[in-house]
Design a binder for this molecule. Structure first.
Ligand SMILES: Cc1cc2nc3c(=O)[nH]c(=O)nc-3n(C[C@H](O)[C@H](O)[C@H](O)COP(=O)(O)OP(=O)(O)OC[C@H]3O[C@@H](n4cnc5c(N)ncnc54)[C@H](O)[C@@H]3O)c2cc1C
Length: 406
C-alpha cells in the first residue's frame, strides 16, 4: 500500500517483523533472535505514506469504525486485520506452563533456556533414573513445527551433549514425538509422510502416532498409551486465531478464524479485511493453510481491494495459489510437495534452506542465517547456546566433599 494515495497506520504490539519459519532454530540455539527478526520501522522506511506505531489493539468497534488501544482510539476508513494465530491447548491452558509453544521470540528463548538448563542439570545429576528423565524431551504435535523441533533437539541431545559435556551419556537421551493422528505431517501425501517418519527415526526420534496427550505436568505427559516422564515438553499441537477476532462479533470457525467473504472482507463490513492466519478461507472446499505464502498473497489482495475501492471498480475475489509445502526434519533430511513433485532427503533439505533464506526480509539476515547454518552443518556446533537468566540449580544431589549427603 506504500504506493496508494492513502495514509497507512501500521499498529503492532511488537516492534519487529518475525520470520517464524526459522524460529525453531532460535529455540534450539542455532540462530540468534536478531537473525530472523527485523524492525518494522526499518522495513517500511521507504513508504512515505506509512506510519508505524507500537501499540496493542484491545478490540475493534466495527460500528464506530475505530480500533481501541490502551489509552486512545484510532479511526479508519479501511481496516486490515492480520493478527495471526496463537497456541491452543484444547481447553487446557494450565498445560502451557509446562509445555511452552513456539510463536514468538520470547517463546523460542524460553524453550532454549529449558533445553540448555536441563542439559546442565543432567550433567550434575548422579541419580541415573532422574538423569534419564532430564534427558527425555517430548514434543507434542507432529506438524511441521513439531517435526522440525524434534529433529533439531536430537542434534542438541545427541551431538552437542556428547561433545561438550563430560557426564552425560547421549545414548540415554530420548526425543519423543507424540502425535494424535495416525501419521506425522498429516497434510502431506502419505508417501512423503512415510519418508518423513523414516528420516525422523534415522535421526533417533521416537515417533509415536495415534497417541493422544491427556495431561501435562511438571514431570512429563500423560497419554492414552501411558505416561512419559520428561523434564522438557514442547507444545506444537494446536493453533487458535488471535483473540482480537472475537471483538468483531461475526461468525468464527472452531479455531476462532473469521469466516470471510470471497474478497476477504468481514460479512456486513466491507471496509474490514481479514488476512493471513486470522482468516478462514477455503479453496475447492478445503481450508487454505496458515502458511506464509497464503498470508503474503492475502496482503497483496487487500491492497488490490483498497485500490479498487479508490478507483470505484469492482473488488477482485481472492484466489490462493498453492506454492507447495516444505518441512525440514534435520541434517540433510526434509520433505517437499510442490505440485506433482514429491521429494525427500538431501534435495528437499537444500530446497528448504534456499527458499527460507530467500524469503528473509533483509540481506544482512540472509548472510547471517546462511553463515550460521553452514557453521552448524560443518561443525555440529550450535552457536547460540546461551542461558541468559540467572542459574538457579536444584540443591545438589551428589555427596558433599566432606562425604555427607546433601
Ligand atoms: C514456528 C512456526 C513455523 C512456521 N513455519 C512456516 C514455514 O516453514 N512455512 C510457512 O509458509 N509458514 C510457516 N509458518 C506460518 C507462518 O509464519 C504464518 O502463516 C504467517 O506468519 C502468518 O502471517 P500473519 O500476518 O497472519 O500473522 P503473523 O506473522 O503471526 O503476524 C501477526 C502480527 O500481529 C501482531 N498482533 C497480534 N495481535 C495484536 C494486537 N492485539 N495488537 C497489535 N498487534 C498484534 C503480532 O505482534 C504480529 O506481529 C510457521 C509459523 C510458526 C509459528
Amino acid at each position: 500500500m506504500g504506493r496508494l494515495p492513502v495514509e497507512v497506520v501500521v499498529l503492532d504490539r511488537r516492534n519487529h517483523h518475525l520470520f517464524q519459519p526459522l524460529l525453531y532454530q532460535v529455540a534450539t540455539a542455532g540462530l540468534n533472535p536478531s537473525d530472523i527478526a527485523y524492525p518494522i520501522r526499518s522495513t517500511l522506511r521507504s513508504h512515505a505514506n506509512t506510519g508505524v506505531r507500537l501499540a496493542e489493539v484491545q478490540r475493534v468497534d466495527p460500528q464506530r469504525r475505530v480500533v481501541v488501544l490502551a489509552r486512545e482510539e484510532v479511526s479508519y476508513d479501511h481496516l486490515v486485520l492480520a493478527c495471526g494465530a496463537t497456541h491452543s491447548y484444547f481447553g487446557h491452558d494450565e498445560w502451557s506452563i509446562h509445555a511452552p509453544g513456539l510463536k514468538t521470540i520470547e517463546d523460542a528463548l524460553e524453550i532454549r533456556r529449558r533445553l540448555l538448563a536441563t542439559l546442565e542439570e543432567a550433567e550434575q545429576e548422579l541419580d541415573a533414573d532422574r538423569r534419564r528423565v532430564l534427558l527425555t524431551f517430548v514434543i507434542v504435535g507432529a506438524g511441521a513445527t513439531g517435526v522440525e523441533m524434534a529433529g533439531a533437539i536430537t542434534e542438541i541431545a545427541f551431538q552437542a551433549a556428547a561433545r561438550d559435556f563430560r557426564r552425560i551419556d547421549p545414548t540415554t537421551a530420548r526425543v519423543v514425538l507424540v502425535e494424535a493422528a495416525d501419521r506425522v505431517l498429516s497434510t502431506y501425501p502419505p508417501r512423503l509422510t512415510a519418508k518423513a517418519e523414516d528420516q525422523l527415526r534415522n535421526l533417533g526420534v521416537d515417533v509415536r502416532t495415534s497417541v493422544l496427550v491427556t495431561g501435562v505436568d511438571g514431570g512429563g505427559v500423560d497419554t492414552d498409551h501411558g505416561r512419559i516422564e520428561a523434564a522438557t515438553v514442547v507444545w506444537a499441537a494446536g493453533v487458535a486465531a488471535a483473540p482480537l477476532a472475537r471483538s468483531l462479533g461475526v461468525e468464527l470457525d472452531r479455531a476462532g478464524r473469521v469466516m470471510v467473504e470471497p474478497d476477504l472482507s468481514v460479512p456486513g463490513h466491507p471496509e474490514i479485511l481479514v488476512i493471513g492466519d486470522l482468516a478462514h478461507v477455503e479453496k475447492n472446499g478445503r481450508l487454505v493453510p496458515g502458511v506464509a505464502p497464503a498470508a503474503l498473497q492475502a496482503g497483496r489482495h487487500a491492497a488490490a481491494v483498497i485500490r479498487a475501492d479508490l478507483d470505484g471498480r469492482r473488488r477482485p475475489r481472492f484466489r490462493y495459489r498453492d506454492k507447495g509445502s516444505l518441512a525440514t526434519i534435520g541434517r540433510s533430511a526434509a520433505v517437499a510437495h510442490i505440485g506433482p513433485l514429491q521429494i525427500s532427503g538431501l534435495p528437499a533439505w537444500v530446497l528448504w534452506w534456499l527458499v527460507h533464506i530467500a524469503y528473509l526480509v533483509d540481506f544482512r539476515s540472509r548472510l547471517l542465517v546462511l553463515f550460521g547454518w553452514a557453521w552448524q552443518y560443518l561443525t555440529f556446533q550450535r552457536g547460540a547456546r546461551l542461558i541468559t537468566q540467572p542459574w538457579q540449580p536444584d540443591p545438589p544431589a551428589w555427596p558433599q566433599e566432606d562425604g555427607s549427603d546433601p
